[in-house]
Design a protein around this ligand. Sequence first.
Ligand code: NAD
Ligand code: TDX
Length: 334
Amino acid sequence: MAMQRILVTGGAGFIGCNFVHYIMEHTRLHVTVLDKLTYAGNIESLSGLPSSRFAFFEGDICDAAMVDSLTSSVDAVVHFAAESHNDNSLAEPRPFLDTNLLGTFTLIESARRHDIRFHHISTDEVYGDLALDDPHRFTEESVYRPTSPYSATKAGSDMLVRAWVRSFGLRATISNCSNNYGPYQHVEKFIPRQITNILDGDRPRLYGKGRNVRDWIHVEDHSSAVLAILERGRVGETYLIGADGERSNREVVEMLLALAGQPRDAYDLVTDRPGHDLRYAIDSSKLRRELGWAPRYSDFDAGLADTVQWYRDNEHWWRPQKAATESKYAGQGH
Ligand code: NAD
Ligand code: TDX
């Protein structure tokens, strides 16, 4: 029988809420969101969705009874919920172990009991980092070499899902995506932090010398890839998602300053992140070849300009988080 109802964990977070909006617009699926509404979750990001096709439950993915009652009435789980910020994982790792490892365990146990399809959202950070001049990019065959508490717990969660596929026949797929940007991203993350600093008349802050490279993808392209994998991906497989968007952090800040009509060097260099991964780069050939996926935002400059405009237009959404986020960074020397 065709898929009709899905449970989206972490649907009040950045990528989860964009995925929910994408599903409402591009499919007829019924969506239930389970989200704990941590500091990173915002119910406002889901406002205006039709109650005929959408329901929200506030709760913890580690709560086995709640998870079980929700999974019993859906055909699939798309699992975004996580503690997602590297700097937080260095300051206080414990919530990363609880949510990313025990939360994923709780979900896959329930998915196994109800024999439903499971899609696990993960990150390219599980593969560690690359040298700036390494000609290779990450592929599905790359070795797992996580370096931060965050990436170690995401790597562990991927391993749990793989074990449940092999040992219990869980009908799961995994995707590992590169760095996302776009609307509804928390102001703790690199691009929204710098956009909102500039809007506030403050200078962007680059860690170290700003030479670290990230492979940027617009969040809408992540959503379209996840839907393709959910609908047509082969069970048991991992797919890497990326849009050939490698840029150094310094280049990104220079682009944001140019969009604001400010001098290219109007940024500060601040204390580096301990263990800071140098470069991520994704080869998404398998996803493109097998599922015919392609990103819509091939032009990073245009996607970034759209994102700046979104933060200009939606100050009410990010303003309540800004001061607390900056004072946390000040305490970490960033
Ligand atoms: P986010 O921090 O913006 O959102 C996480 C959401 O999960 C929040 O709404 C939060 O309230 C919820 N949550 C946290 N703990 C929970 C718990 N115990 N129970 C229920 N809900 C809980 O994160 P994001 O950037 O949207 O990332 C979503 C997923 O995508 C994560 O799994 C992350 O590892 C992965 N990912 C992110 C990126 C990126 O660039 N942001 C790239 C690749 C993969
Ligand atoms: O103020 C800053 N200045 C700065 O130079 C911040 C917040 C970050 N940085 C650097 C660190 C990274 O090199 O920018 C880069 C991006 O930083 P983050 O936004 O913290 O992202 P990153 O650590 O790369 O991880 C992100 O992508 C992979 C997401 O947060 C993860 O959830 C995802 O798995």
